[in-house]
Design a binder for this molecule. Structure first.
Ligand SMILES: [Zn+2]
Length: 85
């Protein structure tokens, strides 16, 4: 078996498979999706940035809030709350 066979098996899938695979991926910046920081690969983002209405992971939200504190302004990010009373 030549090494070429391995790569032939990794050819792109059909459009339908591509669609469903991207459909099930968590969306960036949405609740429980990818962190809205484009450099951050973390999923399960549950901190809402009230300024741009996007979700961030724990680390990025903490970093944003610390930056707010340094500027003396109100914290941008707050933890998502499931229950609304
Ligand atoms: Zn993040």
């Amino acid at each position: 078996m030549s090494p070429g066979n391995v790569w032939r098996d990794l050819r792109p899938e059909g459009p339908a498979e591509e669609f469903w695979r991207s459909y099930t991926l968590p969306r960036r910046g949405e609740y429980a999706g990818l962190c809205n920081n484009p450099l951050c690969p973390t999923t399960g983002a549950d901190w809402l940035n009230r300024v741009n209405d996007r979700y961030y992971c724990d680390d990025c939200a903490r970093w944003i809030n610390e930056a707010c504190l340094k500027q003396g302004i109100r914290k941008h990010c707050e933890l998502h709350v499931e229950h609304h009373f």
